[in-house]
Ligand binder design. Structure first.
Ligand code: ADP
Ligand code: MG
Length: 270
């Protein structure tokens, strides 16, 4: 479990990015922080692996204040996937994935074998192992980023808008893949996005943030849709725009769920 306790971050220029945030992130689940740009999502995420230190309050991982853990050690034990994959351009795919295990002392051959396994895990063809990042599609690069985040077999995986730069179809595929991975590996996933649809698609728990890291509401996607706490949340989740008002139509002998515009959203199981 990750706990934010009364956490505030004031940057040196005086900007208060997050103010007095209390939040518990349950283990072995996916929690999504969602809010518009500048709401403090990245700041909160980076406090977990000490890329940002709070100016007040504390972040605890399994009851241990991360301020007491040496940053480099902490970062090797927590997977982190950045928006633009953060891959090293002059290293091959397999070497990018193997970097962290090697930093942790794994011999080169073993680290490469582990990298190839991880490529299977995230659905990347092993034939891509000796390519450079620039020789991959955006979606493939993001998969490499996720594989690298998983390389040290961390209990916690932090992802900061990891699928923002890929096209919508691939994005959906990556979201589904992440859900599958989370279910399979049981990691504690903390995911940041400004996209509420993405949040609903992958989050077991969704936390809606307003400026200053203010938590407006948290709950399961269903809870947030069913009873938005205020007009801000209602607007954010689209509940007041009828965008999410679904109905079931009988089409071709099947029950098809369609949205307010008549676009199909899925088929009900018989
Ligand atoms: P988000 O990820 O939700 O877009 P951030 O955590 O990046 O939000 O930023 C929250 C606020 O803190 C914004 O107002 C941003 O401009 C400010 N901020 C972020 N990083 C810094 C920094 N290094 N120095 C000063 N202000 C910053
Ligand atoms: Mg951000």
């Amino acid at each position: 479990m990750i706990e934010f306790r009364g956490v505030t971050k004031r940057y040196p220029d005086g900007t208060v990015a997050v103010a007095d945030v209390d939040l518990e992130v349950p283990a072995h689940r996916t929690t999504v922080l969602v809010g518009s740009s500048g709401s403090g999502k990245t700041t909160l995420l980076r406090m977990v692996n000490r890329m940002v230190d709070p100016t007040a309050g504390a972040v605890l991982v399994d009851g241990v204040d991360v301020a007491t853990v040496e940053p480099v050690r902490l970062r090797r034990s927590i997977g982190y996937v950045m928006q633009n994959s953060g891959l090293l351009p002059h290293r091959k795919v397999a070497d990018n994935i193997a970097t962290v295990p090697m930093l942790r002392g794994m011999p080169r051959r073993a680290a490469r074998a582990r990298a190839l396994e991880l490529m299977d895990t995230v659905g990347l063809d092993r034939a891509l192992a000796d390519r450079y990042p620039a020789q991959l599609s955006g979606g493939q690069q993001q998969r490499v980023g996720v594989a690298r985040g998983l390389a040290a077999d961390p209990d916690i995986l932090l992802l900061d808008e990891p699928f923002g730069a890929v096209d919508p179809l691939v994005r959906t595929e990556l979201q589904d893949e992440l859900r599958r991975l989370q279910g399979e590996l049981g990691k504690t996933v903390l995911f940041v996005t400004h996209d509420i649809d993405e949040a609903f698609r992958i989050g077991d728990h969704v936390v809606i943030l307003r400026e200053g890291g203010e938590i407006v509401q948290r709950g399961t996607p269903a809870e947030l849709l069913a009873s938005p706490a205020d007009a801000f949340v209602a607007g954010f989740v689209g509940a007041d725009r009828g965008r999410r008002s679904l109905r079931v139509d009988r089409i071709g002998g099947r029950d098809v769920v369609v949205d307010a515009d008549g676009r199909p959203a899925g088929v009900l199981a018989p």
